[in-house]
Ligand binder design. Structure first.
Ligand code: ADP
Ligand code: MG
Length: 319
């Protein structure tokens, strides 16, 4: 049976490219580059709550780090370091090795050094702390949205929720559609390039982890504003192309979490810059509504002009 230290040495110790001291001592030593602030975020994934215990460990390794990197992207920060606190039911290397492979694949993709963590026995629980850098004064918070601005979302929100519905047998997607949606669920791609490019353009931003409408509420609360969503502007085409019926596609788009797309506000004067950015990033940027002065209120304008509440609250672990 490998010891805790064998596990750390074998599976979680890799060369750290830009850290003074990484795994192996009592603490890591890291330094932000001149002119930078550190952006720090932590997220926990609990078996049975955030993922099925029998999830493919390599995919889980990727996702564990990816969801934390997404939080940095949502601040306009560049991911640089991570720590991993891990509770494992057993020293099962057939599980740990692919988990570490997936995690380091994500770390390599986004230029992150794993600089430390903790390894203990217990019910499967994964907690990453991610640290990034953002030029002083340029972080994009949730509090900068102003009435009259546009609301935008990146990519194809709803795919992960549709993939989950497919896994549960609530819907049968066609083969290509299922592949796309399960990929979004299992290997989310944090929108780091978009987050960095949106510095100086987005006035407020977050990553959608618990559902678009629910997470939009956090921007509205932080900024003291409301939102008018335009039903005909919602990016439903990619979801409908999977074979899902329109009602389900719309629910997944508005209320599904786990895609880690970026939701942000920007002044209308930035529309040309955002169109150019979408081309440069090869990523759809969808203008889905406007910021209103009606603090905390979200309404959706249907294709026929009627206004109604959008439904679809976000995911809340305690509700
Ligand atoms: P201590 O008892 O001093 O906290 P540990 O024995 O917990 O030290 O950890 C030894 C070293 O291994 C530390 O540098 C710690 O940051 C690192 N470490 C422990 N677990 C992990 C892990 N899962 N991933 C990365 N680094 C880890
Ligand atoms: Mg320790």
């Amino acid at each position: 049976m490998p010891s805790e230290f064998d596990l750390i040495r074998r599976h979680f110790t890799r060369p750290a490219g830009h850290s003074e001291l990484a795994v192996g001592d009592d603490a890591a030593l890291i330094a932000p580059r001149p002119g930078m602030r550190l952006a720090v975020s932590t997220d926990m994934l609990v078996a049975g709550t955030h993922f099925f215990a029998d999830t493919d460990p390599e995919a889980l390794g990727w996702k564990t780090l990816a969801v934390n990197i997404s939080d940095l992207a949502a601040m306009g920060a560049e991911p640089r370091w991570a720590l991993l606190a891990l509770a494992l039911p057993a020293a099962d290397e057939a599980w740990i090795a692919p988990f570490a492979r997936g995690l380091f694949a994500c770390a390599a993709r986004f230029g992150v050094d794993l600089v430390g963590g903790d390894t203990t026995r217990g019910p499967l629980n994964l907690c990453v702390t991610a640290i990034g850098e953002v030029p002083t004064g340029q972080a994009v918070t949730r509090s900068g949205a102003r009435a009259g601005e546009d609301l935008w979302v990146t990519g194809h929100p709803g795919r992960a929720a549709l993939g989950l519905a497919h896994l549960r047998g609530d819907v049968v997607l066609d083969t290509d559609g299922a592949t796309h949606c399960l990929d979004a669920l299992v290997r989310p791609q944090p929108r780091v390039d978009a987050g960095l490019a949106l510095r100086g353009i987005a006035t407020a931003m977050l990553d959608v982890s618990d559902g678009l409408v629910g997470d939009l509420g956090h921007i509205l609360e932080g900024s003291g504003v409301g939102a008018l969503l335009d039903a005909s502007a919602l990016p439903l085409a990619a979801l409908l192309a999977t074979g899902a019926e329109p009602g389900l596609a719309r629910r997944c788009l508005l209320a599904g979490g786990d895609d880690y797309e970026l939701l942000f506000s920007a002044p209308p004067s930035e529309r040309p810059a955002l169109a150019a950015l979408a081309g440069r990033l090869d990523l759809p940027l969808n203008r889905i509504g406007t910021v209103t002065p009606d603090a905390g209120q979200v309404v959706i304008r249907e294709a026929d002009g009627t206004l109604r509440p959008p439904g679809g609250r976000g995911y809340d672990h305690f509700a």
